[in-house]
Design a protein around this ligand. Structure first.
Ligand SMILES: [Zn+2]
Ligand SMILES: [Zn+2]
Length: 424
């Protein structure tokens, strides 16, 4: 049992990554060796009787950090995955065009995520150094699409960082990559995690996952499945969207390419990621993304999904999606609200997912469609709830063919969590 106790770290990466490269590898090897020894030793008793106690079992998470204000902030909408002319396969998509479009449809923030392998990792002297990389109204995040043999990930940062280091380390072991990512202090996100270019790294390195890639909602089913698996195993990863658009509308007909049709079907805002930020700053956007106060809508004009809970039964909502609390053993009242422009006379269907399984389906109508339901999260072990909203599509005249591709998918929330270990 003593061996077990010493084996249980609060956070693997903290221990491994704070050292230099040689020591952590050694620590890992010793730890894995001990783990194999104890597994072998205990396999005999596990077969016959039940005096086995799992040292990794979910235990009391103790006192959790207080929940931040659910009113002291601002909802900001943005795009987290778009390629400019600095990605080789893009067409008619200079940064100026992306930003002018984003401004016209009311975006608050954007991250231009060009393929880093197209510039051998030197994003700083390409995308970020482009004279067009500036805006007087839109918060511009620094980032890139980390484009590697084992998959793609987007980096989000409020300030410039040394992307070259992340590019150089891409084929190394995950413990090495994770250490570099941690040193850079950036938010890393798994892109289109399933299928071609699936994300073949440890999800323990990432802060979020692209659960809604492009206007074609139907192709995201496996990404949602991976997300639920990560959440169910205690990994509180944020789900986010990204259009992954590469092609803009040509200025002149003769500039059209074979892919130019895409600009009217999938472009900035299909889908749109909403964040509840404490302030209108790039850092607050990245922090909200990391914390999970995030929902995703089909386009910038579609209603925003807000998901709240009243934990202490005082009739006032006191937590929202992305938040994590200790259950009290008493019923919790949940509220789903669609804010913004709703389709006149529409009925919206709210599907609630609890711990990866279907919990219930509710209907909502009216100017501010709202659904309330009650459930009692278990006092031991983790519980999470998230919602998916379906209904008639909201028109997006600037990208007119996108509505048919997203179909009746309106938006999704991040989870409201109970008993998730913040030190995991
Ligand atoms: Zn990609
Ligand atoms: Zn991409």
């Amino acid at each position: 049992m003593i061996a077990h106790k010493t084996l249980k770290p609060n956070n693997n990466y903290d221990i491994v990554f704070n050292n230099n490269r040689k020591t952590p590898m050694l620590v890992s090897i010793i730890r894995i060796g001990l783990l194999m020894m104890t597994t072998y030793c205990f396999s005999g008793t596990a077969r016959g009787q039940s005096n086995h106690s799992n040292p990794w079992a979910v235990t009391d998470v103790g006192v959790l950090p207080p929940i931040a204000s659910i009113t002291g902030g601002v909802w900001l909408k943005g795009e987290l995955h778009v390629h400019s002319r600095h990605s080789k396969e893009s067409s008619n998509n200079p940064i100026s065009k992306i930003l002018a479009f984003s401004k016209a449809v009311g975006m608050d923030y954007i991250c231009i995520t060009d393929h880093d392998n197209h510039v051998n990792g030197d994003v700083a002297n390409n995308t970020w150094a482009d004279p067009e990389f500036k805006s007087d109204s839109i918060l511009l995040l620094y980032g890139a699409e980390w484009t590697t043999t084992r998959g793609h990930g987007n980096v989000f940062s409020a300030r410039p960082y040394d992307h070259q280091r992340l590019y150089d380390v891409r084929d190394q072991r995950d413990v090495v990559i994770g250490a570099v990512k941690k040193q850079l202090g950036v938010h890393l996100s798994a892109n289109h995690p399933s299928g071609k270019d699936h994300f073949g790294y440890s999800y323990d390195m990432v802060n979020s996952i692209e659960v809604w890639n492009s206007a074609v909602w139907s192709k995201n089913a496996n990404a949602i499945m991976i997300w639920d698996d990560m959440l169910s195993s205690g990994r509180k990863l944020t789900g986010r969207g990204g259009s992954d658009a590469h092609h803009g509308v040509p200025d002149k007909p003769e500039q059209a390419t074979t892919n130019s049709y895409q600009a009217k079907a999938n472009y900035v805002g299909t889908p749109t990621t909403w964040v509840f930020a404490t302030a209108r700053t790039s850092q607050a956007v990245v922090d909200a993304l990391t914390n999970g106060r995030v929902s995703v809508s089909a386009n910038p004009y579609a209603p925003r999904v807000e998901f709240y809970a009243d934990l202490d039964q005082d009739g006032k909502m006191d937590m929202m999606m992305g938040d994590n609390a200790r259950p009290t053993g008493k019923p919790v009242k949940f509220r789903v609200q669609l804010t913004g422009q709703t389709v006149s006379g529409a009925t919206y269907t709210v599907n609630v997912v609890k711990n990866g399984d279907k919990f219930g389906t509710f209907q909502a109508t009216g100017k501010l469609p709202t659904v309330e339901f009650t459930d009692t999260p278990a006092t031991s072990g983790r519980t999470y709830y998230r919602v998916v909203v379906e209904g008639p599509p909201t028109a997006y005249p600037q990208v007119p063919q996108s509505m048919a591709l997203s179909g009746n998918m309106v938006g999704l929330s991040n989870p409201i969590c109970f008993n998730f270990d913040p030190n995991f």
